[in-house]
Structure formats: structure tokens, C-alpha cells
Ligand binder design. Sequence first.
Ligand SMILES: NC(=O)c1ccc[n+]([C@@H]2O[C@H](COP(=O)([O-])OP(=O)(O)OC[C@H]3O[C@@H](n4cnc5c(N)ncnc54)[C@H](OP(=O)(O)O)[C@@H]3O)[C@@H](O)[C@H]2O)c1
Length: 303
Amino acid sequence: MGSPDLSIVTGALSYSGKYITRKLLAAGQRVKTITGHPDRANPFGAQVEVAPFRFEDLGGLIETLRGATTLYNTYWVRFPMKGMTYEKATENSKVLIRAAEEAGIKRIVHVSIVKPSKDSPFGYYRGKAEVEETIQASSLSYAILRPTVFFGGEDILINNISWSLRFFPAFPIAGKGDYRIQPIFVEDFAEIAVQQGQATENVVWDVVGPEQYTFRELLRMICRQIGRSALLIPVAPFAMYWGARMIGLLMRDVMLTKDEVGGLMAGLLASDEEPRGATKLSEWIALNQDLLGTVYASELKRR
Ligand SMILES: NC(=O)c1ccc[n+]([C@@H]2O[C@H](COP(=O)([O-])OP(=O)(O)OC[C@H]3O[C@@H](n4cnc5c(N)ncnc54)[C@H](OP(=O)(O)O)[C@@H]3O)[C@@H](O)[C@H]2O)c1
């Protein structure tokens, strides 16, 4: 018997990449990660080789990827920071795709976002659409997986909404709060990603959870589960953004971006496709109600 297949996972020491890596290792595969934080604590020890991103050095990046069959790509930037922009992240993603082709990688499982569009008013969604287009024009076989919002583990958004509901008496809610949101459990997502790493067909899938809420319903459900009764106050969208901005300043973080408020209100965080995840957010919260939102999760501290 030869040695097991080698997979490359971007960000195995970060969030979703960590769950993908766990599932790959459990399935007996070998994993190498590429990351912007090669010195970060490695929970996998010697099981996962760690290499730095080398977007500025195509030849070096090709050598890092050589020998692998599948690339699980989680790489992206949530919002522009420290000189990193959506344009730069798009450019880096293109370098990674080219390096994967040249290194002989056969398949890419790429993490995108529901409803990316080159015409979107939001840079995040425009960049995602451009990267998807590059993958589809490449020689790689692909599974493009489009989640909405992850929950579970080191999640930021659902955790920090719950944190606000726990510690503040009121929550500003943009407009009527009737726009939809459909989060997916990060472990369900990782399972689907790993299954798709074994497949050969080209697919572009929304990957969302089984429960869809309006934003107002989501907040009410979280309040019930964590035993809080924060007042939901309808406000103009800019006021919700500024509320989050104030909390961000307080916590030295960026809690929510303008694009995230805009995307949420435009209904971009829900899908019209059949849900592929099985874990219900309401049931997961019921199991984690004592812990959820007890500590603020800072994006900037992770960077
Ligand atoms: N989190 C969500 O709720 C959510 C929802 C929809 C779609 N997605 C998509 O899912 C994918 C993974 O998301 P995630 O939350 O699991 O991300 P993550 O683990 O925080 O980061 C994924 C990868 O991107 C790199 N990265 C993130 N921000 C960066 C920055 N500012 N500069 C340079 N590199 C950066 C990370 O680098 P390091 O290895 O150095 O940490 C890591 O390799 C992304 O493509 C995202 O767009 C996420």
C-alpha cells in the first residue's frame, strides 16, 4: 500500500480549516497547511506540517504544494486590514490557484459565499465571484462550496450577537429585521468539504443549515435560549452599524462591517437551495446555552 493522499488546507490553525483538517486526519489522510501564522500553536502537532503562505513567490508556493492531490482553500479576508484588501486577497487567491495547477494538484475544494456577484455593491462578494470564475476557468476539478455564516467552535458572528444580547439591555435592529439568515454548523460544513474532496464532479453548491430565520426571529430565539430579554429596537441601518462600531471600539475589534449589515439586509445570508447541513442551530444553542456569548470573540486578536 502506498502512503495516504496528501491534502493542503489553508488555515488549518484558524477556524473552518481546523475542522476540515480534523476530518481529513480522521479519514487517514495526510495534511499540510499553509497559513499566515506558521508560528501559531499547532493543535495537530507532527500530524500536520505547517508552511507559510508564499503568494509573492510563485515558485516557492508551487514547491510547497507539490505532491498533494487536493487543495482545501479557506483563504480570504473578512474585511480590509493591515494593508490587506479584497483586491489583494483576490490576487493572492489567483496566485494560489495557478500554483495548485502547476504543482499537479487535481482538485480544489474552495470555500466561497452564498450569492457572490461581480456586480455586487460589496467588495467581499465581488472578490469571491472573481475567484470562483478563476477556478472554473482553471484546469482543476472543483467543488465550490458557498456557506452563509458558520456557527460552532470559534465562530465570531453568532457568538458576538449572543454576547451583546447577554450583556446589553437593548439590541439595535436595522429596519424590520425581516431579512433571512441561515447559518451552517462548521462541522457539517467540514464534513461536506471532505466528502467533496473525494469526488470528481465539478459542483457549485450553497452549503447552508436546515433552519432559516428572519434576523428578528434569530435574536428572539437566542434570547429565549440564553435566558435574556434584550429589547430589540428598530433603527436605521447606519445606526445598527454604528452601534456595532461603538462595541468594536470598546472591544478593540471590528464587530460588524457596513458590508455585513448591507449583505444581511439584502438577504444574502440565506439560500434558496435545499439545505445540506443537518445540525439545527436551535438545538446546538440549546446544548451550548451556558457558554454561547459568555466571552466576546475578537477577529482582530486572531490576526
Ligand atoms: N466565518 C464565517 O462565518 C464564514 C461565512 C461565509 C463564508 N466564509 C468563508 O469561509 C472561508 C473561511 O472562513 P473562516 O472564518 O474559517 O476564516 P479563517 O479561518 O479566519 O481564515 C481562513 C484563512 O484566511 C486567512 N486570512 C483570514 N483573514 C486574513 C487576513 N486579514 N489577512 C491574511 N490572511 C487572512 C487565514 O490566515 P491564517 O492561517 O494566518 O489564520 C486562514 O488561512 C473564507 O473564505 C470565508 O470567506 C466564512
